[in-house]
Design a protein around this ligand. Structure first.
Ligand code: GDP
Length: 195
């Protein structure tokens, strides 16, 4: 998809602030530092639209990026950041849950995991949660450039196994450094949103 126009429409802290223009949405989730901002920036060909975090876990809002006035990317706060207080964490997990379970325009979730590591307990919970609510998921294994290509299949099958990846869900290797996987992610997004 050729991105002509990107706007950060709202950094929402409450459901009342979500956009009302009914465009299809793709949410992006993953633990802090997994490479989510880098992936968003790569996909929309902007260097610094989504904030890459030197202070991980700082983005505690749902950020709605409108692309070509056709769809939204919804950047979900990264989970698993230890320095966030328990109270804030609960507040945000509730906001995310409400969003994921009740948003009519949500068409799918890109769930990011680091290709180098076993999925964390949080990664597994998130995937199971999305499956429980029948939300289509694309698993993206980030930082592909950090693992030799010859090891990708092995990494992918370990991740798929740990997540108990559903047969209908795909997993894609991605790198924001090389751009590998970008086309596959876009293809999936276009399928889900019919744009
Ligand atoms: P976020 O917290 O999930 O938004 O993660 P960021 O996008 O801010 O990335 C976290 C760190 O990982 C930064 O230092 C990035 O430069 C680095 N990073 C992200 N994606 C990649 C990638 O594909 N390859 C490599 N080598 N580093 C990456």
């Amino acid at each position: 998809m050729q991105i002509q126009n990107v706007e950060l429409v709202i950094s929402a802290v409450a459901a009342g602030q979500y956009p009302t223009d009914q465009l299809p949405e793709i949410a992006l989730t993953g633990r802090s530092n997994v490479g989510k901002s880098s992936l968003i920036n790569k996909l929309i060909s902007r260097r610094k639209m989504a904030r890459t975090s030197s202070t991980p876990g700082k983005t505690q809002t749902l950020n709605f990026y409108r692309l070509n006035q056709a769809l939204y990317f919804v950047d979900v706060p990264g989970y698993g950041y230890a320095k966030v207080s328990k109270r804030d964490r609960e507040k945000f997990s509730q906001m995310i849950e409400t969003y994921l379970t009740s948003r009519q325009t949500l068409k799918g979730v890109v769930s990011l995991v680091d290709i180098r590591h076993e999925p964390t307990a949080d990664d597994i919970s998130m995937y199971q949660y999305l499956k429980y609510y029948h939300i289509p998921v694309l698993v993206v294994a980030t930082k592909g450039d950090k693992v030799p290509r010859g090891k990708w299949n092995q990494r992918i099958s370990r991740i798929s196994k740990a997540l108990e990846l559903n047969q209908t869900d795909q997993i894609v290797v991605f790198s924001s450094q090389t751009g590998v996987g970008s086309d596959q992610v876009w293809q999936w997004v276009e399928q889900q949103t019919a744009v």
